[in-house]
Design a protein around this ligand. Structure first.
Ligand code: ARG
Length: 486
């Protein structure tokens, strides 16, 4: 449709090479909405007549039901929609729709509208997952487990504490995306190809009609930048990295060697040959798809980094990376939520493992500190106790007084005090005494759970308000369109 200056048409191979029509199905509805707002504004500013507006808007309204034909020969959805409008409304009116805009501001607009909706969807999914983590944590405030550093047993802990850690991680993902939305929800519409237009348009009015909070003011910036895309995909890459780490823990803990958890059958896969297998394929795919998202971020940044200012067709290629990124993160979160809610937790095994290792070593050292002994000395005593227990193949609690005496050699510490502390220290007592803010202590679980529930509620309200604001702008736009069409 645009090739008036050019001679020959594109060959099928070239057309297929340059066309983004297949990727554009994700933004078709946004393109129609943007065109409605633009047309309304052109009419309100007396740039086109009411009759023109009526014809264009009716044709746009009919397009909602249209099944776009990807073999139409159009290079993209913007060309296809405009050609359909001209066909339906006639050149005299339809030919005016593209006044004072360009595909460059148009495509930036559509991508921003798509990403802002995706952000809201993902934020809701995140809140559902956080809520699931907190609700499972609620049931496991007394479930003892070993905590690991270097994948070696470190301290006794609680399963609720582990789950709440991930609830906090995902809350930060929520906050990051919530912040990104502000930079996405700015309208580039009316920036033209790059330098603006001589036609007296009102960019503020179209921004408002489409529910944007602000404009990307500078028309060069508005049409050139994809920093908001890179930011969005970077935020999702961090989110996916976090989900991948949870997956790795669950993969490990569902092995027969750990047997801490069992995934519900619907999240596992059998083997084609080994009948006993119950593989955590879904979690492995989360790790794999995380790599794909990071690849998308790399593709986007690599596309942008060498691009001269102004729109370049390279930018067309990043759209599929955005859509794929959104899709992966949404499905991962939906699956994670259901997986959490159906997870079987092997409390006995977790406790057994915790109690069979000398995870109370640090607690014993800390109790000795409370007797006024320097920590460096108590650390040494406790270390010797662990060594004695290891060599004699019995737990610290079974060491005799004469064995305990060896641990205090060279110190002024009374072995009887050490012995008394050993016999009063268990995993349970250690978790009772763990009172520091944010620790694995029993009391801290209760406090953190109720605090997180409150936070989830506040986040929900914030997201709902945002969605309502966009929805009511779009409803209002559609109402104005209807008034003109009638
Ligand atoms: N199909 C293009 C894209 O997705 C739309 C913008 C084309 N603009 C241009 N001047 N060729 O990025």
């Amino acid at each position: 449709m645009y090739r008036s200056r050019l001679g020959n048409d594109l060959s099928d191979v070239t057309l297929d090479y340059v066309s983004s029509i297949n990727d554009d199905s994700e933004i078709a509805l946004y393109d129609i909405l943007g065109s409605k707002a633009h047309t309304l504004m052109l009419y309100q500013k007396n740039i086109i007549t009411k009759n023109d507006a009526k014809k264009i808007l009716s044709a746009l309204e009919n397009l909602k039901k249209e099944k776009f034909d990807s073999s139409s020969g159009a290079e993209d959805i913007h060309e296809l929609i405009e050609s359909l409008i001209i066909k339906k409304a006639g050149m005299a009116s339809g030919g005016k729709m593209h006044t004072a805009r360009s595909r460059n501001d148009q495509v930036a607009l559509d991508i921003r509208m798509k990403i802002r909706d995706d952000i809201n969807i993902i934020c809701n999914c995140l809140l559902d997952s956080i809520e699931a983590l907190v609700s499972v944590a609620k049931n496991h405030q007394k479930t003892i487990m070993p905590l690991y550093t270097h994948l070696q047993q470190a301290q006794a802990g609680l399963f609720s504490h582990y789950l709440l850690a991930h609830a906090d991680v995902l809350s930060r993902d929520f906050q990051r995306l919530y912040g990104t939305f502000e930079r996405v929800n700015q309208s580039p519409l009316g920036a033209g190809p790059i330098g603006g237009t001589s036609i007296p348009i009102d960019r503020h009015s179209t921004a408002k009609m489409l529910g944007f909070d602000d404009l990307v003011e500078n028309s060069i910036d508005a049409t050139s930048t994809r920093d908001f895309v890179a930011e969005y995909v970077a935020m999702i890459s961090i989110l996916m990295t976090n989900l991948s780490r949870i997956s790795e823990d669950f993969i490990l803990w569902s092995t027969s060697e750990f047997s801490f958890i069992e995934l519900a059958d619907e999240f596992t896969s059998p083997s084609s040959v080994m009948p006993q297998k119950k593989n955590p394929d879904v979690l492995e795919l989360t790790r794999g798809k995380t790599a794909e998202v990071i690849g998308n971020l790399t593709a986007i940044l690599t596309t942008i980094k060498g691009l001269a200012s102004g729109y370049g067709r390279d930018l067309q290629q990043i759209k599929s990376s955005i859509w794929a990124t959104s899709k992966i993160s949404i499905s991962t979160l939906l699956i994670l939520k259901s997986m959490l809610l159906t997870l079987k937790v092997n409390e006995k095994q977790m406790k057994k493992v915790t109690e069979s290792s000398n995870l109370i070593a640090l607690d014993i050292a800390e109790k000795l500190v409370q007797e006024g002994i320097p920590f460096r000395v108590t650390h040494k005593i406790s270390g010797i106790l662990v060594q004695l227990s290891h060599n004699s193949k019995k737990p610290i609690s079974k060491l005799t007084l004469s064995e305990i005496k060896k641990s205090v050699i060279g110190t002024k510490v009374d072995p009887k005090i050490v012995s008394k502390i050993i016999s009063s220290t268990t995993v349970v007592s250690s978790l009772k005494n763990r009172t520091s803010f944010g620790s694995s202590g029993y009391d801290e679980q209760k406090r953190m759970i109720s605090d997180r529930i409150q936070k989830i509620n506040n986040y929900r309200t914030a997201i709902t308000n945002r969605e309502n604001k966009i929805n009511s702008s779009i409803e209002n736009l559609e109402k104005q369109v209807k008034e003109i069409i009638q």
